[in-house]
Unconditional design. Structure first.
Length: 138
């Protein structure tokens, strides 16, 4: 594979890694198992158990395991054709996936901020309209 093809694969493979890691650690569909894992990550008696359950609540941590899965399935190697290619692709893919998740998080925050501002403006307009529509008492 040429370096350009490897970069393209890296950028494309980062998308499903980011998507899966974000969905499991943030979206409503996995809320109950995530809450259970969060509880266990705080209350288990053994350190290893707490850390295991924590992995399912942190998108950065979880993206490492999703990356391992995708490297196993795809056999993607970056720069080298031996084990070093797997090592480099592992860290590069985690990094790219986390950039994608960071961008997605910022976009969601901006959209939420805009929605809140629009709702506040609508309430202001409604209150002004109700004030104008009230008959003046004489």
């Amino acid at each position: 594979m040429t370096i350009g093809e490897q970069i393209a694969f890296l950028l494309i493979l980062g998308l499903p890694v980011a998507c899966i890691a974000w969905t499991v650690t943030h979206e409503e569909v996995f809320r109950e198992p995530r809450d259970w894992c969060k509880k266990n990550s705080e209350e288990c008696d053994r350190l290893i158990k707490r850390k295991f359950f924590y992995l399912f609540t942190c998108e950065y941590c979880f993206s490492h395991y999703v990356t391992i899965f995708f490297l196993f399935v795809t056999g993607f190697k970056l720069l080298y054709s031996d084990w070093r290619g797997y090592l480099i692709s592992f860290f590069a893919l985690v990094w790219i996936a986390n950039i994608y998740m960071n961008l997605y998080s910022r976009i969601r925050l901006d959209l939420k901020k805009e929605r809140v501002e629009i709702q506040a403006q609508e309430k202001t307009i409604e209150s002004l309209q109700s004030t104008v529509e009230q008959p003046v008492a004489r």
